[in-house]
Design a protein around this ligand. Structure first.
Ligand code: PEP
Ligand code: MG
Length: 591
């Protein structure tokens, strides 16, 4: 008889990226910051509490001093920020008032600091001056730093983690996720985050399993707990029983064998059974991903998201810095093409140093091309760097979040300005560059026939198109089950866009995550799409699907699908029609 008590807990979240991993938990959040408790202290404890606070500040300052010593002094902005923070540590506003609050309210240091910091932030928020408003972020970061010291938390930088662990975090920003060191991190889980959020996109490209939107992982997991992350099924299992562990070890072995089989075939031609050739391209965020993209069999780079350099630097890069990156990328890809998408900042890729205005609905706010058109020097700088790199390799220029014809006209004016400046500066560049727009806002899909008059190609961004068409925040786990690529409304918008491109004879690409999910491939082939750009890790599985499909039967299926009313009907129809070739995702019931 087995008398041991099971400690196994299962929490369901949202699949961030497929696959299974088993390993020890490593909590990376600013521990405790979200779990701050208020507790009273006696008169006798006041001076001890103040000492504890002072020690925490001094530890935080020491850590900062070390960072200041080690950073590249040529990046002045970084230094300025750190020095501002150094001064804030002992500023009366935070330091003095927290000590006051401990003494007068007789409360613990954490609570006092939180109260004082909130007040200071409110005060700065009221001010109209954008520079002073930006101090809110400085206060936040300094507060977090002191808070971490108060909790005795180590300052953990993701890139510094040197154990084979599974990260557990409240949330990871796309930039933080991109710091993950593949050889060390087995997978990650977060309490926040939704389907096709940028964090999940980064996880897919790293090819590590992840589950997002778990809600209560941080409170249930302790460091070193054994975890199973089932990224395919969106499941986290904490401290699994022996049976579960055994079952998942078997599943993992099968999944790895399956994936290895697919990868071995990743260089076979991407062609349907009846000979239709599809161009499979990679979506990348960093130049470093090119090698993996080629390994997975990508021909071109169908989407280079350029915002990560801006996020990493925490300031606007110069034209030369951008040019060097783009040059490196096109040279690596020669003779194949690279589609460079201009800055898609804000939405869920917010850099506190760039966005001083707090927006209630950032996804509907000053994002992407809207931000660029409002900040013309930033935009023109990037366009100049792209045009210069276009003299070296095959570059296509892609503009995100276009919602009307006027915007594309304004983009062309900015492009004219960039060309004019480059001519004046006598720099080498190439202005014969293909100009395309992302179709990711419903108004753009509806106006696709008009937009087609102004551009050389369309790239359908389903990640946002689904979000905006169905009014589902792609980061919100509460509504993730409603975020559906196969929703008939989404399919109609994609069809409208394909029809408009076909009529005008311009190229059309799909670069949203929809293109990387095998279940959607019959639909995309049925719609006549032949250029698909995706997370490079998805290329082998998508290629395998393509090689087993007949394009004429996909066209027939598509006609039937367009007559169906619900996602359920559409999904069931596809599963039924293509059950013999749909891939194994690691959650197969037969296992
Ligand atoms: C999209 O919206 O589909 C897309 C590819 O862009 P991103 O995911 O960067 O918003
Ligand atoms: Mg998008």
């Amino acid at each position: 008889m087995n008398l041991s008590v099971s400690r196994q807990i299962s929490i369901r979240g949202i699949s961030g990226s497929p696959g299974i991993c088993i390993g020890k938990a490593y909590l990376v959040d600013k521990e405790g910051v979200n779990l701050i408790k208020r507790y009273p202290i006696s008169d006798a404890q006041i001076s001890k509490e103040i000492d504890r606070f002072k020690q925490a500040v001094s530890k935080a300052k020491n850590d900062y001093a070390k960072i200041i010593e080690s950073i590249d002094k040529t990046i002045e902005d970084n230094l300025d920020i750190l020095e501002t923070h150094m001064a804030l540590f002992e500023d009366k506003m935070l330091y003095g008032r927290t000590i006051e609050a401990i003494t007068t309210d007789k409360i613990n240091a954490e609570w006092a600091l939180r109260k004082v910091s909130r007040r200071a932030k409110d005060m700065f928020q009221q001010i109209d001056d954008p520079y002073l408003k930006a101090r809110v972020n400085d206060i936040d970061q300094v507060t977090d730093k002191i808070m971490s010291s108060l909790f005795g938390a180590e300052d953990k930088k993701i890139s510094d983690i040197n154990k084979r662990v599974i990260l557990v975090a409240q949330d990871l920003s796309p930039a933080e996720a991109s710091q993950i060191q593949l050889e060390r991190i087995k997978g990650f889980v977060t309490d926040r985050g939704g389907k096709d959020s940028h964090t999940s996109i980064v996880a897919k490209s790293l090819k590590i399993p992840s589950v997002l939107g778990l809600g209560k992982a941080m409170v249930n997991v302790k460091n070193d707990d054994i975890l199973i992350v089932d990224g395919s099924d969106g499941l986290l299992i904490i401290n699994p029983d022996e049976d579960t562990l055994f079952q998942y070890e078997e599943r993992l072995t099968k999944f790895e064998a399956y994936r290895a089989g697919l990868e071995r075939e990743s260089h076979l031609p991407s062609v349907t059974k009846d000979g239709v050739v599809l161009n499979l391209m990679a979506n990348i965020e960093l130049v470093e991903e090119v090698v993996a993209a080629k390994d997975y069999g990508a021909k071109d780079i169908g989407l280079f998201r350029t915002e990560f350099l801006y996020l990493d630097l925490r300031r606007f890069p110069t034209e030369d810095e951008l040019f060097c990156r783009y040059k490196e990328l096109v040279e690596l890809m020669l003779p194949h093409s690279v589609t460079i998408r201009t800055l898609d900042i804000n939405g869920d890729k917010v850099n506190p140093y760039l966005s001083v205005i707090e927006e209630d609905n950032p996804s509907l706010g000053l994002r992407a091309v809207r931000f660029c058109l409002e900040n013309e020097p930033v935009f023109v700088t990037q366009l100049k760097a792209i045009l210069r790199a276009a003299a070296i390799g095959n570059i296509k220029l892609l503009i995100p979040m276009i919602s009307c014809v006027e915007e594309i006209i304004q983009v062309k004016q900015a492009l004219g300005k960039a060309i004019h400046e480059l001519e004046q500066e006598k720099k080498i560049f190439n202005k014969d560059i293909h100009l395309g727009v992302m179709i990711e806002v419903p108004s753009a899909a509806i106006m696709a026939d008009h937009l087609a008059e102004h551009v050389d190609f369309f790239s359908i961004g389903t990640n946002d198109l689904i979000q905006y068409a169905l009014a589902i925040d792609r980061r919100n786990p509460q509504v993730a089950h409603l975020y559906q690529a196969l929703n008939p409304a989404v399919l109609r918008m994609i069809k409208m866009t394909c029809d408009a491109a076909k009529k005008k004879g311009i190229e059309i690409v799909m670069c949203g995550e929809m293109a990387g999910d095998p279940i959607n491939i019959p639909v995309l082939i049925g719609l006549g799409l032949t250029h698909l750009s995706m997370n490079s890790a998805s290329i082998p599985v998508v290629k395998n699907m393509i090689r087993n499909i007949d394009s004429r039967s996909a066209e027939n299926s598509m006609e039937k699908i367009m007559g169906l009313n619900t996602v359920k009907e559409i999904t069931e129809y596809i599963i039924n029609e293509y059950k013999d070739i749909l891939p194994f995702q690691g959650t197969d019931e037969s296992l």
